[in-house]
Ligand binder design. Sequence first.
Ligand code: F6P
Length: 341
Amino acid sequence: MAKRIAILTGGGDCPGLNPAIRGVVLKAVKLGYECVGIQEGWRGMIDAAAKPLFVDDVKEIVGNGGTILGTSRTNPYKKEGGVPKVLETFRKLNLHALVAMGGEDTLGVAAKLFKEHKVNVVGVPKTMDNDLDATDYTFGFDTSATLAMEAAERLVDTGRSHRRIMVLEVMGRHAGWVALFTAIGAGADYVCLPERPVDIKDMVAKLKAAHAKKNVALVIASEAVDIPGEKKEEELDEFGHMILKARGVAERLCKIIETETGIETRSAVIGHMQRGGSPTLFDRILGTRVGVKAAELVHEGKFGNMTALKGDQVVPVSLEAATARLKTVTPEWLALSDDLL
Ligand code: F6P
């Protein structure tokens, strides 16, 4: 009987998950395994919700957004009896290994299950935030930053017609990579990142100067920025992360900018639109490569690892190391941003 590999996708979805699932299944089947899809992340491992995954189920999903397996932010370590249920499901489904695709949270659970219970897990890094350490890039980031860049360019068109300043709020939770790349890619005039508090005086001066030259100015703001003088009251999810849905950073910055510059200002939030849609070529290829590598690591018995992009190579790195800290915007990137914006 063929050994069985389960695949789950956890945390926020992002473009590239389907190519990654496809990569695991196609390679695993070639290596003689059969696959099952765990439904809705760790929730599916707690509830034993699984469906067989055949080659025909994944053959044509390389260009599809979202995840065919569904996802959730369920943390088995925060549920009564969660971990024993995950272990029971592993036995009940007669699994040889589990490939967990996710960000810091999902992979953090995988790392603990490997360390504490010797579960045969392999991690696949995914997050549009690009904030996972130990991999150069995560799939999802390229697509979502590209979408945000295109949205920003549209804002500039309408902003210029009306002689306005435009503010675009993008996702990115604790890391400013999406905002930074969007700002550089769209030629923005100012970027607000969670890595440093907004310098209102500096921002206002730069926006006034840009607007005087071009009749428009563009600000890209990461959803988690700190605006001086504001008190943070955050709701936390099961992994202890801020739920940012109601922060409305762009709108608040918009008011400040309009008051301080005297120039009409409008704001927009791209929000979940940047997580949907077809993955870019980069994300399709990266998703496929890290998926295929995960199946290879299972075959080689290299459990407790994540498939990481290092330069041009996809290599195993320990899940523990990969989830030890968040990758936020580095001083080098901040300096580059200061040179450009
Ligand atoms: O973690 C990825 C992410 O897209 C963040 O950028 C964002 O803050 C969060 O997920 C939104 O989560 P949800 O889909 O649960 O609202």
